[in-house]
Design a binder for this molecule. Structure first.
Ligand code: UGA
Length: 460
């Protein structure tokens, strides 16, 4: 099968690798010339375990063809997968400008029956809008020799063949919703081993093509309508985020009563109705998906006259996790952070990625700077970008450099490297041995034995 993936990002790249690995021919469409040039050499621009090697091999074998050209990549495609970003807009709504731009561009090059499958996380009803956009583009540029069949369709937008080629053969397309559930840091594994594959379609033809595309992959198939498929994606992310906020709330209660949230989570998680995953208490959820998707669902609810109380609470608890950690630092440093040096270990929103979008560390930097603290950061992989919050932050090449002479240390990302550090040796170079472990990464007993004053989240 011939697949074109629009958007060589955190979803598009692993999808390209997995589909090409299954034997499909993949075009990978980008819109940044320097980036596509690198992709054509087999180099990727992001950190994701295992991805660089597989991608390089598949490009060399000609199984993935990165390109800037819609004219090359669209006409022959059986399925076009849209995997471009949908950042948050001003009011928390999903900003669909990249989706719609890609759709307009691809619409001009459709030449045979094609399924346009949305993998970008988009508001409920977007597949329908995409269908309208494609139809409008096609209608505004009839083929040069448009014949009677085209003209009949053009008069009546509701009839099905929306496009005719130069020989007046009717050409149709379908728009489907095929949401992605991969996690950054384990993107390849997740794409190859999905729990379920959700296919939201309005025609049997699109359903059959998408089932064929995913044929070799494991997981239940959930064939449904596009709106329900779009809703499954938001509901899944919002549920997981809420589960994390719930355990964080329990962690905060544990702090009051002297219980250990890791024990509580273990005991809860063994109930198969609850499940043990996503019950890790800490600084809360961050990254490119949960924050924006929970906000977007919140916005969708409001736009449909419903006030989402659970989502609202999940967001508030999440914001509080960052503030509570800063309050612990504040209390530990005598009620004043002015002029104090705080070493933050971890900038990425989770380990094994270089993605810093909406990372907890950024919120901490902001809150600490507001209180007059000097902030140093070390991350094994992630790097700062040009946003203002980083202007006065010192980025250090090693944890040792970050911790030296610091007044307190914070673990913001649970990189395994941080667990392996020689905390006894670090104790000797820090000015004040206070550590706030925002990810419950380290062992409280070992840390105290190594001479640290140790605070974590929901553990005595
Ligand atoms: C999330 C979902 O897990 C994926 O299913 C979905 O496809 C993806 O969003 C997306 O919509 O693209 P991702 O954001 O990459 O994946 O990473 P997660 O592993 O879900 O972690 C999200 C945040 O929750 C991180 O900040 C992580 O530290 C935090 N988290 C996770 C916790 O605080 N506790 C946990 O128990 C689990």
């Amino acid at each position: 099968m011939r697949v074109t993936i629009v958007g060589p990002g955190y979803v598009g790249l692993p999808s390209a690798v997995v589909f090409a690995g299954l034997g499909h021919h993949v075009f990978l469409l980008g819109n940044i010339p320097e980036q596509v040039e690198r992709l054509q050499k087999g180099e990727i621009h992001l950190h994701e375990p295992g991805l660089a090697e597989s991608f390089r091999d598949l490009v060399r074998e000609g199984k993935i063809v990165p390109t800037l050209s819609y004219a090359d990549a669209i006409p022959s495609a059986d399925v076009v997968v849209i995997a471009v970003g949908t950042p948050s807009g001003k009011y928390g709504e999903a900003d669909l400008r990249y989706v719609f731009a890609a759709v307009r561009d691809l619409a001009e090059h459709l030449s045979d029956y094609t399924v346009v499958a949305m993998k970008s996380t988009v508001p409920v009803g977007t597949a329908e809008k995409v269908r309208e956009i494609i139809s409008a583009v096609i209608l505004s540029s009839p083929p040069p020799l448009a014949g009677p069949r085209w003209k009949r369709w053009a008069k009546d937008l509701d009839s099905s063949p929306p496009k005719a080629d130069q020989n007046d053969r009717p050409i149709t397309f379908d728009v489907a919703s095929c949401p992605e559930f991969l996690r950054e840091g384990t993107a390849l594994f997740d794409t190859k081993n999905p729990d379920r594959i959700v296919i939201g379609v309005t025609s049997d033809k699109a359903r059959d093509l998408l089932l064929e595309l995913h044929q070799e992959l494991p997981g239940e198939r959930v064939v449904t309508d596009p709106k329900s498929a779009e809703c499954i994606k938001y509901a899944s992310n919002a549920f997981l985020a809420t589960k994390i906020s719930f355990i964080n709330e329990i962690a905060n209660i544990c702090e009051g009563v002297g219980a250990d949230v890791t024990e509580v989570a273990r005991g809860m998680g063994l109930d198969s109705r609850i499940g043990s995953k996503f019950l890790k208490a800490g600084l809360g959820w961050s990254g490119s998906c949960f924050p924006k998707d929970v906000r977007a669902l919140h916005h969708i609810a409001f736009s449909n006259n419903y006030e989402p109380q659970i989502l609202k609470a999940a967001i508030e608890v999440n914001n509080d996790q960052r503030r509570r950690l800063v309050a612990k630092l504040h209390a530990a440093l005598g009620g004043d952070l002015q002029g104090k040096t705080i070493a933050i270990l971890g900038l990425a929103f989770k380990p094994h990625t270089d993605d810093i979008r909406e990372s907890a560390a950024i919120d901490l930097i902001y809150l600490l700077q507001q209180k007059g603290a000097h902030v140093r950061v070390h991350d094994p992989v992630a790097r700062p970008d040009d946003r203002d919050v980083f202007k006065d932050v010192r980025f250090m090449d090693s944890a040792q450099d970050a911790v030296r002479d610091a007044d307190a240390v914070v673990i913001a990302t649970e990189w395994p490297e941080f667990k392996e550090l020689d905390w006894r040796a670090l104790r000797a170079i820090v000015r004040n041995p206070f550590i706030a472990d925002g990810r419950n990464l380290l062992d409280p007993k070992l840390m105290r034995a190594a001479g640290w004053k140790y605070a974590s989240v929901g553990r005595p």
